[in-house]
Write a protein that binds this ligand. Structure first.
Ligand SMILES: C[S@@+](CC[C@H](N)C(=O)[O-])C[C@H]1O[C@@H](n2cnc3c(N)ncnc32)[C@H](O)[C@@H]1O
Length: 198
């Protein structure tokens, strides 16, 4: 699942995702005071654009230039969003810099040293929030799923285990997906929201 994989996926259609912000993001972030946000794996920009409309100063990162070009076009020139092509496995985001780090369906393959996940946790500023939303995986992938096996990727419970004493878990559990796109086989999320206290 490198840049080529994602570019190819995006190039299969004019638009891959709905363009709307993810439901779990809206639910969790709606009432937060805006600050600096990092949207990891921003795709076609639905979440980043919504965050910017709520007053967040957004850095939106994706490995795919195809996705980023669509996102920037959808946002328009005045969004203030900083679109960045980057791979946090290779270049971790800046340390303790964001009031919100959001990873919505962002795939990170398991690593022995958890270096990528630790880099993402480190990007959250003291007082800031980590929000990770993944598809709830129960047993084998759902019928119709043709992508890689999701069990090879970090799920929120594994990330929760990596949070040390500097963190408070504010929300963690399975829930029905809000506003599932009609053609998507995933109908349940697993959500982790945690705040860095120091
Ligand atoms: C399943 S999509 C989710 C997109 C968006 N967050 C959403 O919910 O619509 C995963 C996104 O992460 C990006 N991505 C995957 N691996 C990445 C990596 N190592 N570094 C940066 N972006 C990556 C992909 O290009 C893709 O846009």
């Amino acid at each position: 699942m490198d840049q080529e994989f994602w570019d190819r996926l995006y190039n299969e259609s004019e638009r891959r995702w709905s363009g709307r912000p993810n439901g779990a993001l809206r639910v969790e972030v709606e009432d937060m005071t805006p600050g600096k946000a990092l949207d990891l794996g921003c795709g076609e920009g639905g979440d980043a654009i919504w965050l910017a409309s709520k007053g967040w100063k957004v850095t939106a990162v994706d490995i795919s230039p195809v996705a980023l070009a669509r996102a920037a076009e959808a946002a328009g020139p005045d969004s203030g969003i900083d679109w960045q092509q980057a791979d946090p496995r290779v270049s971790p985001p800046p340390s303790r810099s964001f009031d919100l780090v959001s990873a919505q369906y962002f795939p990170v393959l398991h690593e022995e040293d958890h270096a990528t996940i630790r880099g993402l946790l480190d990007a959250v500023a003291p007082g800031g929030t980590l929000l990770v939303v993944s598809h709830l995986i129960e047993g084998t992938p759902p019928e119709g799923w043709s992508g890689p096996d999701p069990r090879e990727f970090y799920q929120p419970p594994e990330i929760a285990e990596l949070l040390g004493d500097d963190w408070v878990i504010e929300s963690h559990g399975n829930r029905a997906r809000v506003d599932t796109p009609h053609d998507n086989p995933h109908h349940a999320d697993i959500v982790l929201r945690a705040r860095r206290v120091r």
